[in-house]
Write a protein that binds this ligand. Sequence first.
Ligand code: NAD
Length: 697
Amino acid sequence: MPGSVSFEHSGEIAIVFVDNPPVNALKHEVRFGILEGMRRAAENADVKAIVLAAKGRTFMAGADITEFGKPPKAPILSEVIVFMETMRKPVVAALHGTPLGGGLEITFGCQFRVASPETKLGLPEIKLGIIPGAGGTQLLPRLVGVEKALSMILSGDPIPAKDALVCGLIDEIVEGDVLQGAIAFARRALAEKRPLRHPRERDEKIKLANREKFEEAASAILKKSRSMDATKAAIESIRNVFALPVDEGRKRERELFLRLVAGEQSRAQRYIFFAEREALKIPGLGKDVKPREVKSAAVIGAGTMGGGISMALANAGIPVTVIETSEEALKRGLDTISKNYATSVKRGSLTQEEADKRFARLRGQTSLDVAKNADLVIEAVFEEMNLKEEVFSALDKLAKPGAVLATNTSYLDVNMIAAVTKRPADVLGMHFFSPANVMRLLEVVRGEKTSPEVLATAIAVGKKLGKVPVVVGVCRGFVGNRMLARRQQAAERVLLDGALPQEVDAAMTGFGFPMGPLAMSDLAGLDISWRNRKALGTRTEIADTLCEMGRFGQKTGKGFYRYEPGSRTPIPDPDVDEIIVAASKKLGRTRRKFSAQEIVERLVFPMINEGARILDEGIAARASDIDVIWVYGYGFPVYRGGPMFYADQAGLAAIRDKLKIFAQEAGDETLEPAPLLLKLAAEGGGFASLNEKKAAA
Ligand code: NAD
């Protein structure tokens, strides 16, 4: 037996025990070991039943994704499972932790599955742009029904043991030691002579399935999927259970799986998977730096962001005091939070009991004094420097020593904010995204004087909140909004040069963004950036004209589009077309047609260019950090891997040449290719080569 799998047996029960820390990934040696163990158990006449279990914190948590893209080494997982399906002795999987992906599929080679109560089971392959490749799409529907399997495989989200028991994925929940529980279950199965049916032999739920309902659910998912190859393949494969014998279905599944693994989309998604983990390695922040303990928090401002941030904290079990300027504003903020929880309960994503528990962690106050008790204070007041400075100098006087003081500013200089305190080492930015209780991205803005410990604390809190924290440096708009500003500028430019809002948005949603940039502006409110421009003394002809007419976006029912009362659906508005044409005329621009491809290039390439500057300035530590920010915070299609990954695919030389043309046409030197982009293009390299150099350094 190989080192990472042992075969133990005393009496009639054999245990095939996997031990491949940290998560018992199904690397080649493990697959081989399990097969070997099962063979021995099958051949040994003394062995009457087998338990498949894993040591450490979890049952096998999936494939070893470092093996992806390499030639498969036999036995592949499906071969192990197929062998297990020939066994005529009861095999019980003893599950704990997170049996996911291949880790769950291997249990489909067993006739029985038992799990400890905290177990989470799922097939998350879709999140890497692939589908289960060892029978998951054919065998899960046979256990839990087609519709449940569709929702599990297409969401990729795991389900808790309790649900798994209800839907038939497991046979029993074991309190206490799961291995002992599985052994006891095996003995009972023997004693009761339970029928030994592998999932492949169980067709009753397929026969009962409602094909029409399946198709309805599938087309709803397809509509939302932004043309992801894996979504289409998963649906196609699950649909095969209706028509094909199980082995034929598995053969087709494998073909689809291999095609996806070799495809561009999955490559991009696997890149993002690793990029997200890479982002947690912070230059200059050693493992010895320990985060401070955060037992309680205060959030200043209960508006859009303060409310969402408070919910995120409360959801993660951290008691929060929300501070506002008046009882009225406080009540408004808390009412919104309470409504949001009620909506979750109504939708079934939260139980009433859990919602009550979370809401009970929130306290409202109208005096800043109460912030003195908090380990972490997050400021989310209006985006005005004077106000932020006022709040931070007050906090400096009252916050307890060692408290972390964070600002949620979108654009402002975190160093200036820190400078009004006598403890700039405790100050940093925690830039959440709206809605803050939902969006995964957290830009952690490291000020010049932010201490490593404080940085580590913000990252630890971010992780506790289920966020994806990415450390960035101080500059106007940090990484995400600074690049976004380039896209907005470019959108205004193509409108002036001939495109209409619906064309711009269709091009960008066609590229894979969930929403076009102009519909997005309508949602966020056009007045915010208008106020900003007025303060800076700049003008953006079309957007400013819309605002001057009181068209602030969804909140006024009109913006780049018009909206029917109570609806969020943007409807193209001929009035806007007129405004745009007039603006072009006023500025002496000749209007022409743009193809979708041209629109995408004109909007995305300037963003990439700004990304290159950001890298050059060290505002982001690596190109992959920028990609994580855009995928998690701004809806950049994950299957394109983020703007910098996409740039490498599109070719930096081609982007450089286009940027030169854009710069010349617009007479705008900020569109000239950035020095780093020029250098990489000349070397024939890409942004990925920077990631590699950093990794090697
Ligand atoms: P908002 O107008 O919805 O809320 C601000 C709240 O702060 C208001 O309720 C106001 O009463 C309160 N407030 C003002 N002064 C205060 C004080 N001295 N003490 C306590 N409360 C006070 O604004 P928002 O959209 O939540 O933005 C807040 C901050 O978050 C800004 O810095 C903004 O740039 C940033 N931000 C916003 C978004 C977004 O999408 N809205 C995203 C990321 C960051």
